[in-house]
Every structure is written in C-alpha cells, then in structure tokens.
Design a protein around this ligand. Sequence first.
Ligand SMILES: NC(=O)CC[C@H](N)C(=O)O
Length: 187
Amino acid sequence: MVRVLVVAFGGQYNHLIKRSIEKLGHEADMVLYTMKPDVNKYDCIVFGGGPLTMPKDFEKVKWLKEYLSLGKPVLGICLGHQVLALLNGGTVGPSPKPEYGDVTIYVDDEDEILRGLGPKFLAWESHNEEVLEEPPNSVVIAHSDNTRVQALKYLNGPFYGVQFHPEVQHTPKGSQVFQNFISICKS
Ligand SMILES: NC(=O)CC[C@H](N)C(=O)O
C-alpha cells in the first residue's frame, strides 16, 4: 500500500484527490499547506488546486521547495502544477484563454503519468492562470487548444504536473492518472 500526502491549497476538489487515491486501495492524508506537514511517513506527495494566484502568492508556498530534494514522487494538479513549475524555475501568469469546463487534452508523449490516456481524452478544467514557460528541466507531454502546457514531466526528479483536474468525475479517465502515479510511487 502506498501512503500519499495530499497538500491542500483550499481548492474545492482537494478532498476528491484523497478519495481517488483511497478508491484505488491506498492511503491518503490531506493537510493544508499552511500547516507545513511532515512528509517523512509518506511515499509520495500531491499538490492540489486552490484559489491562490500565481505568481502573486508564490512567497506563501515557496517553502514547498524543501519537499523536492527528498526524491519522493510529486504530482501537481492545477494550482499545484503551477506551484511545481515555479519551484523549478518556470513562468506562470494569466492564461491568454482561461478554461472552465470540459476540454479535450491531446497527449504529446504518453509518458508514465499519462499512460493509457492517449491520443486524446476529455478533462475538466478550472483555471485563470497557467504555466507560460515550462521549467528548463521539464518536457510538455500534453496540450489543449487553449493551453500549451497541460501536462509536464520533469527530468530532475519523479515530478509531474497536470493543469486539468483528474480527481473529478467530469474527467472520465482521471483515475488512470492516479493509478499511474501510484505505480510511480511504488517503483
Ligand atoms: N483550480 C485551481 O487550482 C485554480 C488555480 C489558479 N488559481 C488558477 O486560476 O489558475
């Protein structure tokens, strides 16, 4: 069994991340980022979504950089994906075309985190900001018509980011993302 720490940023779907992981038979605890949760007893970490605006609020979440040096797998979702990108030297700012609702995601590289999801799938989106320039140590592995960086894989660690929400039922194949992440956590 894999033990996952879900770092919550106050997003309305954060508890669904915990539920998605538990449904797969694994353990997940959710702790608000302001509590600076101790990550020692967990195998991997998820950064959830939330109403913070990046990069304006980056100072508040900068301390999460500590987690990246531990070598544990990290999955960033929506805001969490934006935070992960900023921690790794990417650029985040207002979306030229914000997305809300069902969006088709095109898989550019069916890497381990998007295994079983190509060549395209439907996902739920809710964001006003996005990763405008990916970090130098990352590769864009999915895009949509309005957002160039829908998913990132990092080359400096087992880190992954998705702009869409795999945890809601409006993303029918979302559970596959968590299944893939759990497999990464196990390896
Ligand atoms: N749902 C979210 O996590 C939103 C993240 C961020 N505030 C944005 O609008 O892009």
